[in-house]
Design a protein around this ligand. Structure first.
Ligand SMILES: Cc1cc2nc3c(=O)[nH]c(=O)nc-3n(C[C@H](O)[C@H](O)[C@H](O)COP(=O)(O)O)c2cc1C
Length: 180
């Protein structure tokens, strides 16, 4: 089984609830991204829109464990204007040199195809090993439970394949043997 860290950003609590369920069901560790300047009210929403349009990376605080100590980091982030929420963009960019394999869960108000995996690949140079979307509705009414379990299984299997491929490409160095 892989050692997994779930890193969540949530403005109104939906993504956090999903991340908490994921961790309690699968025994994974949870860490949260907090903003230096919280976004409340209509002005806060306006700032979300601007940050998305301008691809900004707002100031954040992350007090969680060092991501490289895990096999995989699962990013859980709301969708803003079809993209990764700006504080998650800040996290990925700031930590890009200290991230293991990534997986991503987008949380959206509606259904649709979001180019979040491609956005992360642009930021870190590697495509997430698993990427999926949950709607706020399935989180609120609890119907997400089955898919969460499936996500856990898919992630463990993708990580095992990925780790095997990495070992094949970069085999462990043999101990030096002395020639006589
Ligand atoms: C500025 C803004 C833009 C959004 N854009 C989208 C969108 O493009 N597509 C979508 O399905 N939901 C969109 N949403 C809805 C959020 O993704 C959804 O409410 C999500 O559950 C919020 O997660 P949170 O409670 O963890 O903050 C948007 C919300 C905000 C505030």
């Amino acid at each position: 089984m892989s050692k997994v860290l779930v890193v969540v950003y949530s403005r109104t609590g939906t993504s956090r609830r999903l991340a908490e369920q994921l961790c309690s069901r699968l025994g994974w560790q949870l860490a949260e991204i907090v903003e230096e300047r919280p976004r409340s009210g209509i002005l806060g929403v306006f700032r979300c829109v601007l940050d998305s349009l301008l691809r900004r990376r707002p100031a954040i605080r992350y007090d969680g464990p060092f991501p490289k100590n895990f096999d995989v980091v699962v990013l859980v982030s709301p969708i803003w204007l079809g993209r990764l929420a700006a504080p998650m963009r800040s996290f990925v960019t700031r930590r890009r040199d200290h991230l293991p394999d990534l997986a991503v869960i987008s949380v959206a108000g509606g259904t649709g195809q979001f180019a979040v995996a491609a956005e992360i690949a642009d930021l870190v140079g590697e495509t997430p090993i698993v990427s999926t979307t949950f709607t706020a509705r399935e989180i609120d009414d609890g119907t997400c439970a089955g898919r969460l379990q499936f996500f856990g299984a898919a992630l463990n299997s993708a990580e095992a394949t990925h780790a095997a491929a990495r070992r094949h490409v970069h085999p462990p160095k043999m101990a030096a043997t002395r020639s006589t």
